[in-house]
Design a protein around this ligand. Structure first.
Ligand code: NAP
Length: 485
């Protein structure tokens, strides 16, 4: 990693109270494309985590006293530095996470978008004064920062899953302690270095890195000075952390797994739907929570759609994320590729037909080829869990009601997509789908302006949009009696 333009972005230990804190125990970070060790990182200790929370608690009291305009100015400095260093940040991300450089750069810009957005939104935290409900009485509300925020984030978006939370928290006047995934600590630490350079005060933004996620999670979810806990990751871990938060009655928000249906009706623009599917499914090699997991094709257009889809996929070049001509790269590790492989094999055993790609996979590689399986029976494993890889599963349907029922037949409720030119159908289907987000003739659904978040086992809370600050604020009611002279 000695080819960064700014080597100072490469850090090897936790960032606590404005200081880089080394420790004796180390863990390795691997490049998933070739399994080489790219960094050795200090394991955060229990004592260091306590220090981070204490420091965040002290720093928060001062941070909340700054005006929203002052906080916005500091956040904007952070955003400008991220912009200035986007090439290095993208290279660090590609090396630790595997995604292609254009995907990595896209994430840096997307992640910085939340900082820009919330720097402005913080200036628009409005309170209410109600009209008198009883003579000589008024009720006012005061919105205030909730306090110290603990966060745990995943490896699939090592930058943006942090900024989407931290920008809202800091803008609202909270302080922040985040544990990123142990596969991708470097992107988080680089963000911390830029936060320091931007003038975010010591203790307001802390990054703790380590592999003992269970212990770190316990500390963050049970510490009495953490007022709010926010998590992005799998539903399984989210449920556990939610339980752990219960005893100390923390405010919680959870951004969990998905199982997105992608429904193409026979009145859709097929070329447009194919392009949208390829873009959404292959982003980050299929490792996104909003990735189309089940593709439902209405009977009349299914054959045309498949022909066009396979033709488009044949043009895609897969390779190391650092190569200029790679359009998709590898998965996060060998185990992830093995899981996708097993799902593909099981789908074929259960009646699915392989129409593109292959079931060949080297046991030592994190690469998995783009694969399409047709005639997947609804209800088998692959239609019920997150695939998280470049594996397309196609299901044919006849009636609108039938596809709505199948689409909703999952514990998840994060993203969904419909393609149709019929305005009446848009209304009927969007109101019937049990999902937190619905793309209509659109698969690029995530943007700072739109509320991101799921329902059912995909979690609760919204990130981004005008609602994104709510999770980091408390509302007090002030009831006042007054007398006329
Ligand atoms: P994961 O296994 O749940 O891990 C997520 C984070 O939780 C990591 O930092 C991990 O740390 C930590 N963790 C794991 N076990 C823990 C425990 N027992 N206690 C405390 N922390 C624990 O999920 P992942 O595989 O990294 O991420 C993929 C999942 O995230 C998918 O399900 C995806 O859909 C979901 N996701 C959701 C959204 C959304 O906005 N809804 C966005 C992105 C991803 P270590 O890495 O150190 O184990």
């Amino acid at each position: 990693m000695n080819d960064l333009k700014s080597p100072a972005l490469l850090k090897s230990c936790s960032f606590i109270n404005g200081q880089w804190q080394e420790a004796l125990d180390k863990f390795d970070v691997y490049n998933p494309a070739n399994n080489e060790v790219i960094a050795q990182i200090s394991e955060v200790s229990a004592e260091q985590i306590d220090n981070a929370i204490e420091a965040a608690s002290v720093a928060q009291k001062k941070w909340q006293q700054k005006t929203s305009f002052q906080r916005a100015e500091i956040l904007q400095n952070w955003s400008a530095l991220i912009d200035q260093h986007q090439d290095d940040l993208a290279l660090i991300m590609t090396r630790e996470q595997g995604k292609t450089l254009p995907d990595a750069k896209g994430e840096i810009i997307y992640g910085k978008g939340f900082i820009d957005w919330f720097a402005e939104e913080a200036k628009r935290i409005y309170s209410d004064t109600t009209s008198n409900h009883i003579e000589h009485k008024s009720v006012q509300t005061i919105k205030q920062p909730i306090g110290v925020v603990g966060a745990i984030t995943p490896w699939n978006f090592p930058n943006a899953m942090i900024t989407r939370k931290a920008a809202a928290a800091l803008a609202a006047g909270c302080s922040f302690v985040v544990k990123p995934a142990s596969e991708t600590p470097l992107s988080a630490l680089a963000l911390a270095e830029l936060a320091r350079q931007a003038g975010i005060p010591d203790g307001v933004f802390n990054v703790i890195v380590g592999t003992n996620s269970q212990k770190i999670g316990e500390q963050l979810t049970t510490h009495k000075k953490i007022n709010k806990f926010t998590f992005t990751g799998s539903t399984k871990v989210g449920k556990l952390l939610n339980k752990q938060c219960a005893n100390s009655i923390k405010k919680v928000s959870l951004e969990l797994g998905g199982n997105a249906p992608f429904i193409v009706f026979d009145d859709a623009n097929i070329e447009h739907a194919v392009d949208a599917l390829v873009a959404a499914k292959l982003r980050n090699c299929g490792q996104t929570c909003i990735s189309p997991n089940r593709v439902y094709l209405q009977h009349n257009i299914a054959s045309t759609f498949k022909t066009k889809l396979v033709a488009a996929l044949k043009q895609i070049k897969q390779g190391n994320g650092e190569c200029q001509d790679s359009q998709i790269a590898c998965l996060i590790h060998k185990k992830a590729a093995e899981k996708v492989h097993q799902l593909a094999e099981s789908a074929i055993k259960n009646g699915g037909k392989l129409i593109h790609g292959g079931l060949t996979k080297s046991p030592d590689s994190s690469f998995y080829p783009i694969t399409v399986i047709d005639e997947v029976p609804h209800g088998i494993d692959i239609t019920q869990c997150e695939i998280f890889g470049p594996l397309f599963t196609l299901i044919t349907f006849n009636e609108e009601r039938e596809v709505i029922d199948q689409a909703n037949d999952t514990e998840f409720g994060l993203a969904s997509y419909i393609f149709t030119e019929n305005a009446n159908r848009v209304y009927r289907v969007t109101t019937a789908l049990e999902y937190g987000m619905i793309g209509v003739n659109d698969s690029a659904i995530s943007h700072p302006i739109a509320p991101f978040g799921g329902i059912k086992h995909s979690g609760f809370g919204k990130e981004g949009s005008k609602y994104g600050l709510d999770d980091y604020l408390i509302i007090k009611a002030v009831t006042q009696k007054f007398y006329h002279q």
